[in-house]
Design a protein around this ligand. Structure first.
Ligand SMILES: Nc1ncnc2c1ncn2[C@@H]1O[C@H](COP(=O)(O)OP(=O)(O)O)[C@@H](O)[C@H]1O
Ligand SMILES: [Mg+2]
Length: 221
């Protein structure tokens, strides 16, 4: 009888421990999801993960991206620049890296659309909007900065200055960046100011993604 009671007690203790572990995991998962949402990634790519990327379409880019995310804390300031055709999964892989390093390393990520920054930030600064200063601060300080669609539009002198401050600051502090762009590295050199371009090239490994637009895969034979 005593043995039975002892075993029963042990079992309920184990159950309790399991429940605590599950609760902790649940909390961590929810926290990571919230942080990913707050990174600025945007609704469309909230579900973009490594698990739902069809590796066989872009095996080299997938492996580089996954390897990068897995050893994020040892990347020593190095980043990636995904270049190539539209719809090949550049933004998807950048988002997957962001989600993974938030989950695994509780890293802070700022995910910005280059065009949106170009379009919105001057007005925001002119209105002395606190959000504009905070955005610059987050772009400058986050553990990882993702700039989506770099070079899509030409910068104004104002936005050139902003990107120079951000990129140069991160370069000096060895803070990594992930870039996506439909332009190859050579064309990017014509679309960015040289001081920004040269720093990005120095710290970001180029990953070329050539292929058909994934969104058209069912229409093309
Ligand atoms: N290999 C892939 N596996 C699964 N989904 C993909 C793949 N490549 C692209 N997609 C999906 O196709 C759409 C376009 O991809 P996106 O990352 O926006 O391309 P890019 O940034 O290169 O223009 C997205 O919805 C993305 O999730
Ligand atoms: Mg994209």
């Amino acid at each position: 009888m005593q043995d039975y009671l002892k075993q029963n007690h042990k079992l309920s203790e184990l159950k309790e421990q399991l429940q605590i572990i599950q609760q902790r995991e649940d909390f961590q998962r929810k926290r990571a999801e919230k942080l990913f949402e707050e990174s600025g990634v945007g609704k469309r790519f909230l579900t973009a993960k490594f698990e739902n990327f069809e590796r066989q379409r872009m095996p080299k880019a997938y492996d580089i991206a996954l390897g990068y995310a897995e050893k994020f804390d040892k990347n020593d300031g190095e980043g990636l620049i995904f270049t190539g055709d539209v719809g090949t999964g550049k933004t998807h892989l950048a988002a997957a890296i962001a989600a993974e390093i938030i989950r695994k390393y509780s890293a802070t990520v700022e995910f910005v659309s280059y065009v949106e920054v170009l379009t919105n930030i001057k007005a925001a600064f002119s209105n002395h909007s606190e959000e504009a200063y905070m955005l610059e601060e987050r772009m400058r300080k986050a553990d990882l900065l993702v700039i989506d669609d770099l070079g899509k539009e030409k910068p104004t002198p104002f936005t050139s200055e902003l990107f120079y401050r951000v990129v140069n600051g991160r370069y000096k502090d060895k803070l990594p960046m992930i870039i996506t762009s439909n332009y190859g590295v050579e064309s990017l050199s014509e679309r960015l100011d040289y001081p920004v371009f040269s720093r990005l090239v120095a710290i970001c490994r180029a990953v070329e993604m050539r292929g058909i637009d994934y969104r058209m895969k069912d229409y093309l034979c």
